[in-house]
Write a protein that binds this ligand. Sequence first.
Ligand code: 5AD
Ligand code: SF4
Length: 456
Amino acid sequence: MKKVHIKSFGCQMNVYDGQRMADILSHQGYEETATPEGADLILLNTCHIRDRAVQKVYSELGKLRDIKNAQKAEGQETKIVVAGCVAQAEGAEIQHRQPAVDLVVGPQAYHRLPELLAEAARKRVVDTDLPIEDKFGFLPAPKPQVIRARGVSAFVTVQEGCDKFCAFCVVPYTRGAEFSRPVAQVLAEVERLAEAGVRDVTLIGQNVNAYHGEGPDGAVWGLARLMRRVAEVPGIARIRYTTSHPRDMDDDLIAAHRDLPQAMPFLHLPVQAGSDRMLAAMNRKHTGDEYRRLIERIRSARPDIALSSDFIVGFPGETDADFEDTIRLVDEIGFASSYSFKYSQRPGTPAAELDAQVPREVMDERLYRLQERIEHHRQAFNAAMVGRTVDVLLERAGRHPGQLAGKSPYLQAVQIEGGTNQIGDIVQVTIDRISTNSLFGQMVEAGQTAGKDMAA
Ligand code: 5AD
Ligand code: SF4
C-alpha cells in the first residue's frame, strides 16, 4: 500500500472533505498515515478565512518541501497536494511561492483527484473549477470499518457555498454559490453511516439553514423537513446542524427544535457584532434587536437551548461605542460558547477596500475583553449543569482507566466514571463537577445494556 498523509485546517467541512479525499485515495491503493514523514502523498486541506490561516499553510509547506527533499535523497518520491480554500483562492500562485507543490485542487474539484494525480506525475497541475458537475455524485462510499474507526459522531455535508456576501468573508468566492444536495443522496449517506454504528450526525454547510434540496417527491425541502426525515433513519439519535445565518432561521426550523426529539438543544448562530452600524457595514442583513427577537423565539420553542456565536472585533470603522454594543449583546444573550476573531483583511472582499482599518493594539484589547465575557458565560452555563442528570452519548475511552468520554446534548465534553456500557450507547449521567473544559459525572442508568453495572 502507498501512504497518504492528510492534514486539514479550518472548519468542519474541511474535516469532511479530508475524509472524502481519504476515501477516494483508498480506492487508489493509499492508506492513511498519521505523519508526513514516510508518506508518498502529502495533502494539505487548507483554510482561507483569515490571513493567519493562510500563513500557516505556507509555513507548513516549507516544512513539507524539506521532507520531500530528504525523502528524495533516500530514493522515495513524494507528491505534495494543496486542496481546500487556499487552493481555490490562490491557484497557481501557490506553486510560484512553493515550487515543491505538485498539485493544487479546489474544494469543488477533488473528486477528480485520481486523474489529477496521474497528470501531476508529469507536470504541475492546478484545478480550481467551481461546480459544473455535482462532485458528490462521484464520491465513493467509505467502508463500514472505516466509518467505525472514525467514531459514532459524523459530519454530513448537505449544503455548500454562500450567497450572503458578508463584506468581510471570502466564502462566497472560495466555495462558490449555494448548492444543496438532493434529499435522497443525503439520506443514502446517513443510512450508510447509521448501519456502521453512527448515532449522531451534524448536517454541515456554509449556510446550512438555507438548505433547499430536491426531495424525493420533486418538491424543494427545507432543512427542518430534511431533519425530520433523517430522524427516521434507524440508529440516528442525535441531529445538529451548522453553520446558520439568522436570516434563514424560519418558523419550521424553530418548530423542529420544539418537536423533534433528535434535534439537539444546541445552535451555532453567528451574530458577528452587536452594533447596528457595524452589522449594516458588514452586510449582515439583520440588526442586533432582530437577532435578540429571534433568540427569544428559539428559546420559547426550546427553553434549555445552548446558543453559540462567532464574533469579529475591529471591523473597519468600529468605534469603542460599537464595540460596547457587542459586549452588551453578549451579556444579554449569555452564549454557552463562542468563537471570536480579530478582523482580517481578505483580498477581493468589499471590506478590504474600506478606509478606517482599526489599529492592531485596539483589536487586541477588544478581543481580550470580549473573550473574557464569553468565557464568563461559558463557565456559568457549564456550572449550571452541576446536579443535573443529562443524556450522554458515549464516544470513546476516557482520559483515565475506567472512564468513558462522551457528549452532552449541549455539546459539552463529559467524563464518566464506571459502567460497562458500550461506545455508541446513550446513558444518563448526573453531573457532579466541572473543570475548565469538561463536565464530570456518574452514570445513573445503563442505556441499552439495561440494568447492569450501575455506577455507585
Ligand atoms: N476576519 C475575521 N474573521 C472572519 N470570519 C470570516 N471572515 C473573517 C475575516 N475576514 C469569521 C466569522 C465567521 C467565522 C467562520 O470566521 O466570524 O462566522
Ligand atoms: Fe461568510 Fe457566513 Fe456571511 Fe456567508 S453568511 S458570507 S459564509 S460569514
